[in-house]
Design a protein around this ligand. Structure first.
Ligand code: PEP
Length: 250
């Protein structure tokens, strides 16, 4: 099995340039010997600062969103080419906060994924059910629909350049975590969907699927021990260097 674990921080709307300098300067030595791939997804305004601080280290740079158009009259938006120019490698797409507060749909997620891949960025595609959907027994249906829509029209050659993050919405920033077994079972559903869309061998060997939702130094080890969980997308715990490094080194 060649799925290298990947732990990515999602800073959301946190950290000025000065705070970015402080956090990443502290983080660098703490994760220098990590076995997992380490990514920090930072606000647009911190990208340049982050890039200069992590240069030459094993920390990779990510953004938190990207627009689907190459350029044009889209006030306030940022294109894939602009991110590539700044040294960005990964980009979060379809985070539940984008879906919930900013009108992100399965279709716009797919458009962003296509634009990111075309520019050479690696999308971290978020899927996950709300509490209401979970209680209605719709978890599998929701993540299957979101996965199929996100990958619509995406060729098999791009699979190893994408990461999927399974993030049950009710577990994000709430301190509630899916049990390791629950997370593993839903991630297996996503992997099976990828097997159906592409092939069983590529789903098994090339598709990396993270868990996200209140992952922290205390629960990371148990979650990462699950056979289908290949990493984590970390919100709150990525804002403290020591906490994030402990998740990275689960
Ligand atoms: C997230 O926003 O992607 C996330 C997982 O947040 P938290 O770790 O704070 O639940």
């Amino acid at each position: 099995m060649s799925r290298r674990p990947i732990i990515a921080g999602n800073w959301k709307m946190n950290n000025t340039k000065a705070e970015t300098t402080e956090l990443l300067t502290a983080l660098k030595p703490l994760v220098a010997d990590a076995a997992a791939e380490v990514v920090v997804c930072v606000p647009y305004t911190a990208i340049d600062t982050a890039a200069s601080i992590i240069k030459g280290s094993n920390i990779k740079l990510g953004a938190e969103n990207v627009h689907w158009a190459e350029k044009g009259a889209f006030t306030g938006e940022i294109s894939a080419k602009m991110l590539v120019e700044l040294g960005v490698e990964y980009v979060i797409i379809g985070h539940s906060e984008r879906r919930q507060y900013f009108g992100e749909t399965d279709q716009t997620v797919n458009m962003r994924v296509k634009a990111a891949l075309a520019a050479g960025l690696k999308p971290i595609i978020c899927v996950g059910e709300s509490l209401e959907e979970r209680e209605a027994g719709k978890t599998e249906e929701v993540v299957t629909r979101q996965t199929k829509a996100a990958f619509d029209g995406i060729g098999k050659e791009n699979i190893e350049n994408t990461v999927i993050a399974y993030e049950p919405i009710w577990a994000i920033g709430t301190g509630k975590t899916a049990t390791a077994e629950e997370a593993n079972a839903t991630i297996k559903v996503i992997r099976d969907t990828m097997a159906e869309l592409y092939c069983a061998k590529c789903a098994e060997e090339k598709v990396r699927i993270q868990y996200g939702g209140s992952m922290n130094p205390k629960n990371a080890k148990e979650l990462m021990a699950q056979p289908n969980i290949d990493g984590g997308l970390i919100g709150g715990a990525s804002l403290k260097a020591v906490d994030f490094s402990q998740v990275v080194k689960y």
